[in-house]
Design a protein around this ligand. Structure first.
Ligand code: GTP
Length: 327
């Protein structure tokens, strides 16, 4: 479980999100519930949840299938709490154990939630969107549609016929057009999603932002840099495992996090790519990951990275569990 830093709360006060949207009914009712965010890979599910929660609970990259786990992002307001469930993008590649794990994690996230949000990209409705919609429809949950990345559409009038076409006969309780990246349309989404949730006391403490530990978030921030810096060159089968994680007291100074992590790949050739000439790649990844961890956790960080090979880990259930891919 990871909680906000005090300064994050300050940021929230300053980010213009305000609290006028908190009490949707205006009658002092407190609402709370779980909302699954589903969709094909790369439509912006993680970006959306991070923007709504005001904290990076889930990593983001241009590469499809960045999110591999079910992660909660908790948005707490005075009159309501929305617990977003981020899910790996639903995809049709079920060949390897890791892909099956990701699809399982996405589907199981629909259990015990009150609402499903289907995220799509403005102007696009692909077969994989239809498949993700099918999973949501079969769950029997109330559902809403989030059309993301509207900033990419120059001619906004083109959105109306698109919305009409996609929403027709699909029974969405609400349709939202937003830009998660530009923070557009999110207040309205939050307000109306909250109104669809049942009356309930908060499900989590007001400072809690995610069910995941700091250690987990650290591994993810390292994986994010790998995905960003190696781009298409990164072997798809790269996992990050935290070997050591210790907080060191430093007299009067703020404590320091000393972290050791291993990047696991499947072949020597992949290891060479991750390490780069003279170790330059892995150093750059380590440096950016360290800065990202320092800024997220507001502590000095000492980060040591290794790259090791374990043949076939992504198709081996036992290795997957060892790397934290367990439900
Ligand atoms: N232009 C634009 N880009 C966006 C927006 N939201 C997300 N993106 C970009 O879309 C890409 C994918 O975003 P993610 O949040 O990782 O998408 P995801 O659906 O969680 O992806 P998976 O982990 O593959 O399921 C990233 O490059 C984001 O920066 C948006 O509102 N506008």
């Amino acid at each position: 479980m990871t909680s906000r830093n005090e300064s994050d709360l300050d940021d929230e006060d300053n980010d213009g999100l305000g609290h006028e949207d908190a009490d949707a009914s205006g009658d002092g009712t407190h609402r709370a519930g779980l909302v699954a965010v589903v969709g094909r890979p790369n439509v912006g599910k993680s970006t959306l949840i991070n923007a709504l929660v005001g904290y990076k609970v889930s990593i983001v990259s241009q590469r499809p299938q960045t999110t591999r786990h079910r992660i909660l992002g908790i948005d707490t307001r005075p009159h309501g709490q929305i617990v977003f469930v981020d899910t790996p993008g639903l995809h049709s590649d079920g060949k390897r154990a890791i892909n099956r794990y990701m699809n399982r994690a996405a589907r199981s996230s629909l259990a015990d939630v009150q609402l499903g949000l289907l995220v799509i990209e403005a102007g696009q409705w692909r077969d994989e969107d239809e498949a993700a919609f099918g999973v949501l429809r079969d769950s029997g949950l109330p559902r809403a549609l989030v059309i993301n990345k509207v900033d990419k559409i120059r001619d906004k009038t083109a959105l109306l016929p698109f919305i009409a076409q996609v929403a027709k006969d699909r029974d969405f309780a609400e349709v939202f057009a937003v830009s998660a990246e530009k923070n557009k349309g999110l207040d309205g989404l939050r307000r109306r999603v909250l109104a669809l949730l049942p009356e309930s006391p908060p499900l989590f403490g007001e400072d809690e932002v995610t069910d995941r530990s700091e250690r987990f978030l650290v591994a993810e921030l390292i994986r994010e840099q790998l995905m960003r810096q190696l781009g298409a060159e990164l072997p798809y089968a790269a996992a990050v495992n935290i070997e050591s994680y210790a907080e060191e007291q430093r007299g009067n100074k703020a404590p320091m996090l000393r972290i050791g992590a291993t990047i696991w790949v499947e072949r020597d050739s992949q290891k060479a790519i991750v390490i780069g000439a003279g170790g330059q790649r892995i150093r750059a990844v380590g440096q950016s990951a360290r800065l990202a961890i320092e800024s997220q956790f507001e502590r000095k960080v000492f980060l040591e990275l290794w790259c090791k090979v374990r043949d076939g880990w992504s198709d081996d259930e036992a290795s997957l569990r060892g790397f934290g891919y367990a439900e």
